[in-house]
Design a binder for this molecule. Structure first.
Ligand SMILES: [Zn+2]
Length: 259
């Protein structure tokens, strides 16, 4: 059983930022979005990327044609495989999930590979390759397969923790705080958060969340209409090649939108 250590969100973000800083130092500075994830970054890490029919590979049927297995990582082979249903050249709408899946696998590589290799040391001695890390939507929802549901609660929690950490790492890698700030500054000429003007309740929440307790700190936010907020999220998601949902969460976590 793989039991990865607990990491705070700040620790995960610091690890993603450190990786971005190392890439910028060793290869080329990242001055604006998008992060060159699928080519230069994977090459920098010595990882290869392939598209694959992962449901066929692992013998898991697609229920109602839906994709559950998004991607997988073979650590010893240094190989990431993304499910072919996310191929943005075939399915442009999947672009955000495609890049997020790659970021997620890089998260496993950076955060978990040593734990996974240590855990699979025994089969390795028997000349068997360690199993790949198989990433499924259902792993984040409490375990999808019957085998997983039958596992101990500790196993399910450990697995969910690993997936959550990889998701957070991927989000920080694809949408680094410093690049979001560059894009925000470019758009608004400031770093003030925005709030939807037709929801008064947010205003009081905002005053609580902003560092208003600091004496002399001016609490300011730009009120915008709901549709303008949606357009903003769409634009940023496009710039950073991520999904609208992932961008909304990231902007909320960075304290830039309140909705
Ligand atoms: Zn995963």
């Amino acid at each position: 059983m793989i039991d990865v250590p607990f990491l705070t969100e700040a620790q995960i973000e610091a690890k993603a930022d450190a990786l971005l800083a190392a890439f910028s130092r060793d290869r080329e500075p990242i001055l604006g979005p998008p992060v060159p994830l699928e080519d230069k970054f994977l090459y920098y890490l010595g990882l290869r990327l392939h598209m694959d029919d992962l449901h066929a590979r692992f013998g898991v049927p697609r229920i109602a044609g839906r994709t559950d297995i998004l991607a997988a990582l073979w650590i010893e082979d240094r190989e990431i495989r993304v499910d072919e249903s996310l191929d943005p050249e075939v399915n442009p709408e999947a672009e955000g999930r495609y890049y997020f899946s790659i970021g997620h696998e890089v998260g496993h590589w950076e955060l978990h590979r040593h734990h996974i290799l240590a855990t699979s040391a025994e089969p390795h001695l028997l000349m068997q390759s360690p199993s790949p890390v198989v990433c499924r939507i259902s792993d984040l929802n409490g375990g999808g397969s019957r085998k997983e549901r039958d596992g101990t609660r500790q196993q399910r929690d450990g697995r969910a923790r690993m997936e959550l950490q990889a998701n957070r790492f991927g989000a920080c890698l694809l949408m680094p705080g410093f690049l979001i700030e560059v894009a925000w500054q470019h758009r608004f000429n400031n770093l003030d958060p925005v709030l939807v003007k037709d929801r008064q309740s947010i205003a009081s929440e905002l005053r609580l969340l902003l560092p208003s307790a600091v004496p002399g700190h001016k609490v300011s936010a730009s009120p915008i209409a709901h549709r303008a907020l949606e357009a903003l999220i769409t634009d940023f998601a496009g710039e950073f090649r991520t999904s609208r949902r992932a961008m909304r969460i990231r902007l909320q976590k960075l304290g830039l939108i309140f909705s």
